[in-house]
Structures are given as C-alpha cells and as structure tokens.
Design a protein around this ligand. Structure first.
Ligand SMILES: *[C@@H]1O[C@H](CO)[C@@H](O)[C@H](O)[C@H]1NC(C)=O
Ligand SMILES: *[C@@H]1O[C@H](CO)[C@@H](O)[C@H](O)[C@H]1NC(C)=O
Length: 407
C-alpha cells in the first residue's frame, strides 16, 4: 500500500504544478501537438503519439508527462512499450481518444488490443478525457475480415495494461469498446478510481475491468454500466479490493471463470465492499469449470445492495456456457472461505441465492451474515438453492436452513 500512497503524492504534485513548468527538473512535459498530432478526429495520430512516447519514455526526469490536450485524436491500434527511464509516466488526458471508424482501420494489426501499455512502471493515466472504442462495428460481427467458419473472432480490448506495476487510472471516461473496456494482465500495485465505463447492456463481451494474474489491485468509486461483467477477476489474482462501485447494466462482479480446459487457477484475498448492483444478469458470482484444479478462497462480499438483479448471489462449479459437451468430472476448482455480510436488495428471479457446488470437492466455510434478499416481483417469494454447499448462516433471508450443510 505504501507504493500506492506514493502515486497519490505524485498526483498531488502534478495537480499543483502548472503545465509547462519545464524548468522544474522533476517533471518533464511532452505535448503530443509538438510531435505532429493533428487532433481533428480523422487523421491517424498514432505515429505522432508513438514519437512523443519515445521521448517520454527515454526522459531521465522523475516524472515524465505526456500531455494530450482537449481535442479529438484518432488512433489506430498502438502499443506503448516500456521499460522507461523515469520513475513515473504520467499521461494527462484532457481530450478524447477515438478508435478507427471502420474495421479497415485495424487491418495489418495483429493486436487483440487497441491501446496497449506493456512493461511500463509507474504509469498514471489521469484527467477528464474520454477513450471511445467505437465498438458497435464489431458487436454484430466480431471478425476482422470475412468470418472463417468454425473459428471464433476476437475483437480488440480497448485498453490493456500488461506487466505494468505501480499504475493508477483516474477520472477518465471509457465508452463503447469492441470487447472489454480495460484488461489488466500480470500487474502489481495498481489503483483504478473515479472512472466511468459506459456501453449498451446488450453489447457482447464488453467487460468493464478484467483482472488476471494481478496482485494488490484496488478498484474504487467508479461507475460501470456495460454489456458483460462489470469486473471479472480471473486466475492468478490476489489481494484485489473493490469498493464504491455502481454496477449495471451488466453481469455484475464475477470471480472466474476458473479452471477452463482443466487449468489450474488460483484466486485469493478478494474484497468487494460498498457496491450497488442494479438490474444486472447476475450479481456477485464465482464460476468454475468442471475438471479444473486450484482454488478460490478468502473472498468477502460486504455491504452490497442489489436492485432487481436477476440472480444476486451465485456460486457455480458447473460453469459451461455455450457448450453442449458439459461433462461432470472428478476434479474441480475448490471454493472456500467466502463471506457474504450485510447484503440487501431484490431479485428478479425466484432463486436469490444459488450455491451449486461440485459433488466431490464442494464449497466449504461459506459464511452468510445479515443477508436479506427479497423478490422484486410482487407475490413471488425469494428462495435459496444449495448443492453440496457447506457453511454457516445467521440473519439470512431467504433462509439457508435445510439448504446449507454444516462444515
Ligand atoms: C460507498 O460508495 C459510494 C459510491 O458508490 C461512496 O460515495 C461512499 O463514500 C462509499 N462509502 C464508504 C463508507 O466507503
Ligand atoms: C452434474 O452434476 C450435477 C449435480 O449432481 C447435476 O445436477 C448435473 O445434472 C450433472 N451434469 C451432467 C452433465 O451429468
């Protein structure tokens, strides 16, 4: 947490330093306009950004600042590579960054990301700017060219951070990605706060934030209304703290899916606190495939409010979407030490709590305390379903009596 505190100090220094205070040795400024960016929304400014990035990344100052002024910049797919020389790379985003209007704008790119940051330490992206993925061209047909029968196509994620330690994303608005809004892969010590992510509720695969293989990540005080998971935490992630999120539309906050194709996956020490989840398909969910190994443990959901969520609380150890050959296996990802505390709200379907655990492995030490869920439909009673789920409950409605088994 010390490192994150340091990032806050850097943001504070930057907020009092006036742009252009070049005399200061601590901060060097680089404005994309000085590198030939046009900012008219139709010229590809990616080459100018890459040119500016080279100087930003090679600067020896403690903080190297890339200034993106209040204009509209069209960028074709681009990767900003580190490692860089400065301790902090600060992208001050005042303007709007937009993706190509047509899929042709992506041709030649092998990337499954539109804007990528790789191996950049101390990356701070902050400002009142917007990142617009213009994803609607991908939603109906996710392939770049003609669909090859039998293959699946993967539209680009809007913003990807790969192996970026000590990062902070703050204040930005993200709209309409082709696929996920933000993907974090193998990053440590990161903080996302006060951001807004917006895409239509029916836009396919537009996860808000995907976290995989990451440690010590905070997601705070943000709004996420999108077409898929608001936040998805997958294998290799630990110490993830989520708080103050307003989620919906979307598929809620998910852990998983874990154990895909027999994988060994581990997720531990996750806290989801003080969140409001409105009109989502699922609420808080842990999903694992049959045949996988590893575990999901020490997970806390506290202070959650559901408003007409379809299925507020789910543990599903039989996860298998869009497939017909869903077999039961002897192995499964172990789920244990999951706490649901101080949860209120309404469910659209009858089954407000669904704990569908594997026959052999099961789920253990589930703790329910002060969980009050009722039906959003007049005259309908909320119910709970359990299969091989073990744990304890107190002050919980619908009751888990004759449902949850002792540990
Ligand atoms: C809970 O989250 C809301 C935003 O949804 C925020 O305004 C509030 O300060 C948070 N409360 C606590 C105790 O963290
Ligand atoms: C797997 O096991 C569960 C729980 O016993 C059962 O409900 C489900 O029908 C089984 N699925 C298959 C494909 O056998």
């Amino acid at each position: 947490m010390e490192r994150l505190l340091f990032i806050s100090v850097v943001i504070l220094i930057l907020s009092v330093a006036t742009p252009g205070s070049n005399g200061d040795l601590i901060i060097s400024n680089f404005n994309v306009m000085k590198y030939g960016a046009v900012g008219d929304g139709s010229t590809d400014d990616a080459p100018a950004f890459v040119k500016a990035w080279k100087d930003v990344c090679q600067s020896n100052s403690q903080i190297s600042r890339l200034i993106v002024p209040a204009r509209t910049f069209l960028l074709k797919p681009v990767i900003f590579k580190g490692p860089c020389k400065s301790q902090y790379i600060y992208i001050q985003l005042s303007g709007k960054i937009v993706a190509p209007k047509t899929k042709g704008g992506y041709s030649g790119s092998q990337l499954n990301t539109w804007l990528g940051f790789n191996y950049v330490e101390g990356l701070i992206i902050s400002g009142k700017g917007t990142i617009d993925g213009r994803g609607s061209i991908w939603w109906d047909n996710p392939c770049l060219g003609k669909a090859v029968p039998g293959t699946s196509c993967r539209p680009p994620t809007a913003l990807t951070l790969y192996r970026c330690n000590r990062f902070a994303l703050k204040g930005i608005t993200h709209v309409n990605p082709a696929r996920s809004h933000i993907t974090l892969t193998s990053c440590k010590y990161g903080k996302i706060s006060n951001i807004r992510m917006i895409a239509p509720g029916d836009s396919p695969n537009t996860d808000g934030i995907d976290i995989s293989g990451c440690k010590s990540i905070q997601v705070l005080d943000s709004f996420i209304g999108t077409g898929d998971d608001c936040i998805a935490i997958s294998g290799g992630s630990s110490r993830v703290h989520i708080s103050g999120i307003t989620c919906g539309p979307g598929h809620g906050i998910s852990i998983g899916s874990l154990g895909t194709g027999g994988d060994r996956d581990i997720v531990e020490d996750v806290t989801v606190r003080n969140c409001t989840i409105t009109e989502t398909l699922t609420g808080v969910r842990i999903k694992t495939w049959q045949g996988g190994v590893g575990y999901a443990r020490r997970i806390k959901f506290e202070g959650i409010r559901f408003v007409r969520a379809n299925n507020p609380i789910i543990i599903d150890q039989f996860y298998c979407p869009h497939r017909t050959d869903c077999k039961n296996e002897t192995k499964a990802v172990r789920v244990s030490d999951v706490t649901y505390r101080g949860i209120v709200g309404t469910s659209l379907t009858k089954e407000a709590i669904k704990l569908n655990c594997d026959q052999n492995i099961g789920c253990s030490n589930l703790v329910f305390d002060r969980v009050y869920l009722s039906s959003a439909v007049a005259g309908q009673k909320a119910t709970a379903f359990c299969h091989n789920a073990h744990g304890t409950f107190s002050h919980t409605k619908p009751t888990l009596k004759n449902c949850l088994l002792p540990n």
